[in-house]
Design a protein around this ligand. Sequence first.
Ligand code: ADP
Ligand code: MG
Ligand code: ZN
Length: 478
Amino acid sequence: MNSRYEVVIGLEVHVQLTTKTKIFCGCSTRFGQAPNSQTCPVCLGLPGALPVLNHKVVDYAIKAGLATNCQIAPHSIFARKNYFYPDLPKGYQISQFELPICERGWLDIELEGSEKKRIGITRIHMEEDAGKLLHADGQSSSVDLNRACTPLLEVVSEPDMRTADEAIAYLKQLHQIVVYLGICDGNLEEGSFRCDANVSIRPWGQKELGTRAELKNLNSFRFIKQAIEYEVERQAELLDDGGKVVQETRLFDADKGVSRSMRGKEEAHDYRYFPDPDLLPLKVSEDWIDQVRSTLPELPQAKLQRYQQEFGLPAYDAGVLSAEKPVAEYFETLVALHDQPKICSNWVMSEVLGALKDKGIDIVDCPVTPAMLAGILKRIADSTISGKIAKQVFDGIWSTGKSADQIIEEQGLKQVTDTGAIEAIVNEVIAANPGQFEELKGGKDKLMGFFVGQVMKASKGKANPEMVNQLLKKKLSA
Ligand code: ADP
Ligand code: MG
Ligand code: ZN
């Protein structure tokens, strides 16, 4: 990235909540239903209809606040943000302005090869979403108000990030948290987790922040990074040419990799915020907060630490296994059944995740359950099968649903530990390769691997490799 200027980034993230009903009415939030089929006088903005707050939304906001180290306000207020747009039938959006529900939080991010860095979270507030305009035929526009009044959290960061990579690290962590909490499905493409990036630059050493542009329409982590990097270059060139950055909202075009100005930046006063007289100030008691706190799951960052400390796993393994809750649950169930964390980790990361990816299956639907996998690992540990044969057993379980022991039995995969049987094969292999055996005897140690390999092959992988080694050595000294 550009080195002539210091880059400053602050992010606003809209998190769409997974409550069953909308924030101020009882309509369903289900996605993909017939247009306007999930509406009522409240979310249609009909005169006289009154909003009633969905307390589940408050639970979710408190969850998000606690998980991001925020203070939860005992007293917060809903405000009207006034603007006109056809997808907003009331002519205002109910949001929070002064006195949001959560304030002064933070997340610690860690980039490879650098120190931990704390990113401040200014506030998290609750608000309703707008509807959707459909411009199908190019002649007219239609409005679908199913999304109107669905609940959002807006998470606003401090301008603490200095590179696109830091911004992505922060976003990924926030994303992981809301998905772990089960309050958001996390789908960037469908707009369940939407990010606006505020970007400015300033000469190194300057205290005041530069003028920022706000980037919108960023629906993948890759685009967010691209858009920030493009914006930094654009601003740097402007300043280098003696120009000025104007405060504006810019729309990123992912196909072309450029952004263009959408509109001048509106200010808070343009929205004529005022407390919504239809909704009482929200009181959140200590009890309410404690009750929500008691439902918090162990978060990914805590798991990441614990997997390294408690299980002695490398940071890489711990990162992969803790990134998604269902993967973490699979791994933890497995370790509880088979107390060899690193072996469990290897199997989950390579065999299980690999096969799931190949077949496009979710881990919750994995045909090899942790108990079945533990059955395989047990048979490796007691030398019934070799690690190599174990992969065959894994595939057998995957396609038949039978247990490890059943597959081993049916397919005759037991490791051969009968000395006589292995010796017979060793003799055959020596007889078939007399020249090489003489060379091995004469000191060409490299050939040991060749002989072990041949014996393993002849036994279809079932001979115990250690015994093969021992027997070969015996033959050499004979
Ligand atoms: P709004 O965009 O709604 O007017 P704010 O003034 O609260 O709201 O700022 C929104 C975001 O912009 C915050 O994440 C904040 O950290 C970030 N921000 C504010 N000023 C700058 C700046 N000069 N450069 C980069 N980010 C900034
Ligand atoms: Mg903004
Ligand atoms: Zn409704």
